[in-house]
Design a binder for this molecule. Structure first.
Ligand code: SME
Length: 154
């Protein structure tokens, strides 16, 4: 898989042993590195629900139960959710009414989902195959750093 400049910048910040500091910088790398995003950040799997982590964008809905929204479905299915038109998704949770498309990518460590990368765009169908691949690589690198730095959620 090709290592894009954004993936390289993400890897750079993953050398930071502090999880919040690292993910805060990564949310900024993503938010400012791509065009047409209105939210970029993390939801942590914590205490049986999804709790917002470091992000860029407007204030976000938190907590989100596993039963709700695109983020909840990402948790239930442990699979990428790429939504071309959020208005067509009944249980989409609109934190920002400007959002039109969404990409939600699970971060899985030793078979357990620990967090999600969540991205919103004000443009419909913003997220293509290349974008998804880059975020899958980012999720993989975050999972490796999580293990390496002995990060945890409590
Ligand atoms: N749209 C998400 C909620 C999180 S915000 O996009 C930041 C959802 O439907 O779960």
């Amino acid at each position: 898989m090709k290592n894009t400049v954004i993936n390289q910048q993400i890897q750079g910040f993953l050398s930071d042993p502090d999880m919040i500091a690292s993910l805060a910088n990564i949310s900024s790398v993503i938010y400012y590195g791509y065009s047409d995003l209105n939210w970029a950040g993390f939801y942590f799997v914590k205490g049986g629900q999804l709790i917002v982590g470091p992000f860029q964008g407007k204030p976000a809905c938190t907590p989100i139960p596993f039963t709700k929204g695109v983020c909840g479905r990402c948790y239930r299915e442990k699979a990428v959710q790429r939504i071309d038109d959020v208005l067509a998704v009944k249980d989409h949770i609109a934190c920002d009414s400007a959002s039109r498309s969404e990409l939600c990518v699970p971060v899985i460590v030793n078979g357990e989902m620990v967090m999600e990368i969540d991205l919103d765009s004000p443009v419909a169908s913003r997220f293509d195959d290349d974008f998804e691949k880059e975020m899958l690589k980012a999720a993989d690198d975050i999972a490796s750093a999580y293990l390496q730095h002995n990060w945890h959620m409590d």
